[in-house]
Design a protein around this ligand. Structure first.
Ligand code: ADP
Ligand code: MG
Length: 242
């Protein structure tokens, strides 16, 4: 379970988070939507402990993140995968080396155990035949799959997805949405997904929250939100939204 309660965060004189509260039950996907610059990535960074809130509570698995020391934060990050926009791969490493990175940082597995884990997650995302390729030689959708494999290689309980479909065409996006749903259904991962995509919310979201003025302005299932007639729901989930 991921829980934020009345979290506030200011940069300079700009109040970015103004009392955001949300909770992601175990094994569910929560989709966080909201305008660009509204604080969605800042919210994710609070959860991995890169940003500390000015006030409020951020809890993962019942543990308060802002008061964790360095070792506790490292332990938390072993249990949490993070999928960056565009996959954020390192171009001078092969696909397989990129995926292996979190294991080298975090675990004491032997090199053959690392290889097995890397093969397993590459197979799950359909990239087993590209292990030796360079990230510069694969498409945007493939990069994202590899980024997802890297997020999953430590077998995390939680995965945070920051705009997993930005810049992808609808067909590739759909494949990514199917993978995100599969990660929940097959691996039981608790997910928090930041996206602008209505298709992503519909396909992957058990619960949708829309950020407005630093708080969740509207929350519910896709069906609840679309039938609410609320302007925020129309803007993000209405027929004009993509
Ligand atoms: N470390 C930081 N220092 C100052 N301003 C920041 C910092 N991180 C984010 N911001 C500002 O906070 C706002 C929200 O950022 P962000 O969470 O990245 O938005 P988005 O909802 O598009 O993901 C932006 O205006 C951004 O410039
Ligand atoms: Mg962002």
């Amino acid at each position: 379970m991921i829980e934020l309660n009345d979290v506030k965060k200011q940069f300079g004189d700009r109040q970015i988070l103004a009392g955001i509260s949300l909770s992601v039950p175990r094994g569910m996907n929560y989709v966080l939507m909201g305008p660009s610059g509204s604080g969605k990535s800042v919210t994710l960074r609070n959860i991995i402990g890169i940003v500390r809130p000015d006030s409020g509570s951020v809890r993962v698995g019942g543990m308060e993140v802002p008061t964790m020391d360095r070792d506790q934060l490292m332990a938390l990050r072993r249990r949490m995968g993070y999928l960056f926009q565009n996959g954020a791969l390192i171009n001078w490493l092969s696909v397989a080396q990129n995926v292996a990175l979190p294991l080298q940082e975090h675990s004491k597995l032997s090199s053959s155990e690392v290889d097995d884990r890397v093969q397993d997650v590459l197979r799950m995302v359909g990239m087993q035949n590209s292990a030796e390729q360079s990230p510069t030689d694969i498409s945007g959708g493939m990069k994202l799959r590899v980024g997802l494999a890297r997020a999953l290689v430590t077998q995390p309980e939680y995965v945070l997805y920051d705009e997993p479909n930005a810049g992808l065409d609808p067909i590739i996006s759909h494949q990514i949405h199917e993978l995100i749903a599969e990660v929940r259904d097959r691996l039981g991962v608790t997910g928090l997904i930041v996206t602008h995509s209505r298709a992503c919310a519909v396909h992957c979201g058990d619960r949708i929250g829309i950020l407005e003025n630093g708080r969740i302005g509207l929350e519910g299932s896709v069906a609840e939100l679309t039938s609410s007639g609320h302007p925020l729901a129309k803007a993000f989930l209405g027929s004009g939204a993509d």
